[in-house]
Design a protein around this ligand. Structure first.
Ligand SMILES: C[S@@+](CC[C@H](N)C(=O)[O-])C[C@H]1O[C@@H](n2cnc3c(N)ncnc32)[C@H](O)[C@@H]1O
Length: 296
């Protein structure tokens, strides 16, 4: 890849890609590293991102910048800078009501199951961006446990490719404008005011959610520390990948779902995908599966 880019005559002369060949090569690189399909990269936008990062790290040419990206740990760090600029991170609290209702009902059943006493209910928000989805799952699960009259512990893992997004999640400070989907009671129970315009997650909610970096398409990325979860939730992430990558990522996530547990995807985000241990769950508004064997 580096050599084909380097071989392209105009490659290192400009901060803008000169033709389709070079654009295709950059898209291939993004596809290999993070699964991003070209349909999600506008060429002029990619140009701007590369240009901005080149300025930031004082790369004199696109080739030099490409080589920096490929350079071991320095390259890994620079990927962070580039990924942060790409338009991948849009998110909201309580984004998909029907999916969260399914999670709430499921966690409520787990909380009432006497055989689960003493074992925490665990949820994974895969591709969590800046934390809103992870905190929404945590609030949904905590409310469901309380409604069930249970004291079962809740644990949520939020994972994302982008470390700076995870840092925003860890910080847990959100403006009022970002919180309009939360009910007043949820804000009161799970957030503390910071100033007139923002809130931060309170100690209780913070203690429930842990953020970890995971690239879902990178086979070498260790997902072992996610462990086995009651609910794996992955929405608005698969859309960036081609069909084969979507299936691979779903298979990978499904491995982490406990028997009887739920896998919740974004409606319509994968077609014609089946898994021997999963059966469809939920209604037409959701794309969800339950793992076979133990039925809660
Ligand atoms: C549009 S946001 C969706 C956030 C959240 N799931 C939601 O629905 O609100 C997509 C997130 O997927 C992450 N992402 C994209 N490719 C990824 C990959 N290969 N591995 C892990 N996360 C990825 C992006 O960094 C981004 O934060």
């Amino acid at each position: 890849m580096a050599s084909s880019l380097a071989a392209h005559a105009d490659f290192d002369m400009s901060s803008a890609p000169n033709d389709d060949v070079e654009f295709t090569q950059w898209v291939e690189l993004l596809s290999q590293r993070i699964g991003l399909r070209d349909a999600h990269i506008r060429r002029s936008f990619l140009d701007q991102c590369i240009g901005r990062r080149m300025q930031q790290c004082r790369a004199k040419s696109r080739r030099e910048y490409y080589e920096l990206l490929s350079d071991g740990s320095a390259g890994q760090k620079e990927w962070e800078g580039l990924i942060q600029l790409l338009p991948l991170h849009e998110t909201r609290f309580m984004r998909h009501e029907s999916s969260l209702r399914l999670v709430r009902d499921y966690v409520g059943r787990v909380a009432k199951d006497p055989s689960r006493a003493g074992q925490p209910v665990t949820l994974w928000s895969a591709g969590c961006s800046t934390g809103e989805e992870s905190y929404s799952l945590a609030i949904t699960a905590l409310d469901a446990v309380a409604d069930a009259g249970s004291t079962l512990e809740v644990q949520v893992i939020g994972s994302d490719l982008c470390r700076s997004s995870l840092d925003v999640g860890r910080k847990g400070v959100y403006s009022k404008r970002q919180m309009t989907n939360l009910a007043a009671g949820q804000i009161e129970s799970y957030f503390d005011p910071v100033d007139t315009d923002s809130y931060e997650v309170n100690t209780r909610l913070r203690s429930v959610v842990r953020f970890v970096p995971i690239n879902l398409v990178e086979e070498r990325t260790d997902t072992g520390h996610v462990g086995m979860v009651d609910v794996a939730f992955c929405q608005n992430v698969l859309i960036y990948f081609d069909n084969d990558t979507r299936a691979r990522v779903c298979n990978r996530i499904a491995e982490h779902v406990l028997p009887g547990g739920l896998l919740v995807l974004g409606a319509g985000e994968i077609l014609r995908w089946n898994h021997a241990q999963l059966k469809r769950a939920g209604d037409d508004d959701t794309l969800a599966y339950q793992k076979l064997s133990t039925v809660v």
